[in-house]
Design a protein around this ligand. Structure first.
Ligand code: GCO
Ligand code: MG
Length: 405
C-alpha cells in the first residue's frame, strides 16, 4: 500500500478547521485534524509545502517511522504549527490502519480500559446566579463533572463566560482582529472562591468541579487561589499559571493541595517533563491535534502514569470532531485516563461537514464501534463555508499593561 495523495481542507462551519485526508493507492483513506486556533493558514502552508511532498509513495502502515521522519528527521523540531501538521498525518495513518484491520483505533492501542468516558461540561454565566443555574442544568443531564466560569463583577467582560448566550462556534469565527479584554487579579481573586462556596452550598459535594484560570495568575497568586479553594474540593484548577518556566509549578504545589491541570498548549512531552517527573501536576491536558498525534500521546500517557498524572485532553470547540473522535479512542484505552472536556456535538452546520461516532449519555461519552476513527468529512459541504480570519482576544490589565493568556 502507498500514499498516493494528501489533501488539505480549510472550512468554517461556524469556526475554522483544517482537515487532512491521506489517500492510498488502494482507495482507503484516513482523516486528521490540524487546527491551530487563529493560526490555521500557517499549518496549511506547512503541510502543503513541507510535509505532503515528502510522504507521497510511502507506506502508510509505517506510522512510527513516518512520525520519526517528520519529527526527528527535521532540523526545526517542535512548535505548535509543526506538531499540528504531524498530528494530522499521524491521526490519518491510524485511521487507515484501523480501516484496513477492520478495527476501531482503540483496539489497535490495546483495547478498552473502561466502558464510558467521563466528561466535564462548561457551566458559564454573566452572573453568579446564572452560572449556578447552569450548573444545575448540567447536573440534571447526568454530568459527573462541570467547569464553572463566571464573568468577574466590575470587570466589563471575562473570557469564556458567554457560552450559553451565543453559540461557541459562531462567537469564535467573528474576530477578524484580536479583540481586547480587561483583567484584574484582585477582582478575580475576591470573587472566584465565593462562586465555588455557593456552588457547594447549593449542590453539595458529589458533583466534581473544575475551574480554568487561563494562565492569568503568577505562581504565588495561583498558590493563594488554590488554598482559598481547598474547602470546595475541586477536581482540578486548570492553567493556574503559565508553565513556560516549569519550576513555577513547584511554588504552587508547595502551598496547596488543590489538584492542578495543564497542557492544552503543550506540543511535546518536553513541555511537561519536569511537571510530570516532579509530580507538580495531576492532569495533563494536551490534545492529540496539538501534541503531535496519537503516536506520541500514547507514549506521554504511559510516561505520565508512572508519576500518577492522569490524562484529561483539551476538548474545546476549536478542535475538530476528528480530534474529538481520536480522543474518544485514546480515552477508552489510556489506563490513566482522568476526564474529557466536552462542549457538546456542535451545530447542524458543523455536523453537515463532519460526522463522528460519538454519543453522550448520563455523564459519559460513548463511541460507536467503526473501523479506524469512525469519522467522515463531507468535502462538498466543507466548500460552502469559506475560511474566515479570526483571532482569540488579547488581555490587558485595567491600566493598559498587556497580560498573559
Ligand atoms: C479550554 C480552553 C479554551 C481555550 C481555547 C483557545 O480549557 O477549553 O482553555 O477555553 O481558550 O481552546 O483556543
Ligand atoms: Mg483551558
Amino acid at each position: 500500500m502507498k500514499i498516493e495523495q494528501i489533501k488539505v481542507f480549510v472550512s468554517c462551519p461556524g469556526r475554522n478547521f483544517v482537515t487532512v485526508k491521506v489517500i492510498t493507492d488502494e482507495g482507503v483513506y484516513g482523516l486528521g485534524d490540524a487546527t491551530v486556533n487563529g493560526r490555521e493558514m500557517a499549518v496549511v502552508a506547512y503541510l502543503e509545502e513541507h510535509v505532503v511532498p515528502c510522504l507521497i509513495n510511502r507506506d502508510p502502515h509505517q506510522i512510527e517511522d513516518i512520525w520519526q521522519y517528520l519529527y526527528k528527521g527535521v532540523y526545526w523540531r517542535r512548535g505548535p504549527i509543526t506538531m499540528a501538521a504531524i498530528a494530522a498525518i499521524d491521526m490519518a495513518l491510524w485511521d487507515i490502519k484501523g480501516k484496513v484491520a477492520g478495527l476501531p483505533v482503540y483496539q489497535l492501542l490495546g483495547g478498552k480500559s473502561r466502558e464510558g468516558i467521563t466528561a466535564y461540561g462548561h457551566a458559564n454565566g454573566e452572573t453568579m446566579t446564572e452560572t449556578l443555574d447552569n450548573l444545575g442544568k448540567f447536573i440534571e443531564q447526568g454530568f459527573k463533572a462541570v467547569r464553572l466560569q463566571c464573568a468577574i463583577p466590575g470587570l466589563g467582560g471575562t473570557y469564556g463566560t458567554l457560552g450559553d448566550k451565543k453559540d461557541y462556534f459562531e462567537l469564535q469565527s467573528d474576530r477578524p482582529l484580536p479583540p481586547e479584554q480587561p483583567w484584574s487579579t484582585s477582582k478575580y481573586m475576591n470573587f472566584i472562591p465565593e462562586l465555588f462556596k455557593q456552588a457547594r452550598e447549593r449542590y453539595g459535594y458529589e458533583i466534581q468541579l473544575v475551574h480554568d484560570v487561563h494562565s492569568r495568575l503568577t505562581p504565588i497568586e495561583s498558590a493563594h487561589l488554590g488554598k482559598l479553594l481547598e474547602p470546595f474540593n475541586l477536581m482540578f484548577l486548570e492553567d493556574a499559571s503559565a508553565a513556560d518556566n516549569q519550576d513555577g509549578y513547584q511554588i504552587i504545589r508547595n502551598h496547596t493541595t488543590t489538584p492542578l491541570a495543564i497542557g492544552e498548549i503543550f506540543n511535546t512531552v518536553w513541555d511537561a517533563k519536569d511537571l510530570i517527573v516532579n509530580q507538580t501536576i495531576d492532569y495533563l491536558r494536551t490534545a492529540i491535534t496539538h501534541g503531535g498525534g496519537i503516536t506520541p500521546m500514547k507514549k506521554m500517557a504511559d510516561f505520565a502514569a508512572m508519576y500518577n498524572v492522569r490524562m484529561a485532553p483539551h476538548g474545546a470547540p476549536d478542535l475538530s470532531p476528528i480530534c474529538h473522535a481520536a480522543h474518544a479512542h485514546f480515552n477508552l484505552w489510556a489506563p490513566n485516563f482522568g476526564v474529557q472536556e466536552f462542549i457538546g456535538f456542535g451545530t447542524a452546520k458543523l455536523n453537515s461537514v463532519f460526522s463522528h461516532p460519538l454519543s453522550f449519555d448520563n455523564g459519559y461519552i460513548h463511541l460507536e464501534d467503526k473501523p479506524g476513527l469512525g469519522v467522515e468529512y463531507n468535502e462538498e459541504e466543507g466548500l460552502k463555508h469559506a475560511y474566515k480570519r479570526s483571532y482569540l482576544p488579547v488581555t490587558r490589565l485595567e491600566d493598559g499593561t498587556l497580560w498573559y493568556w
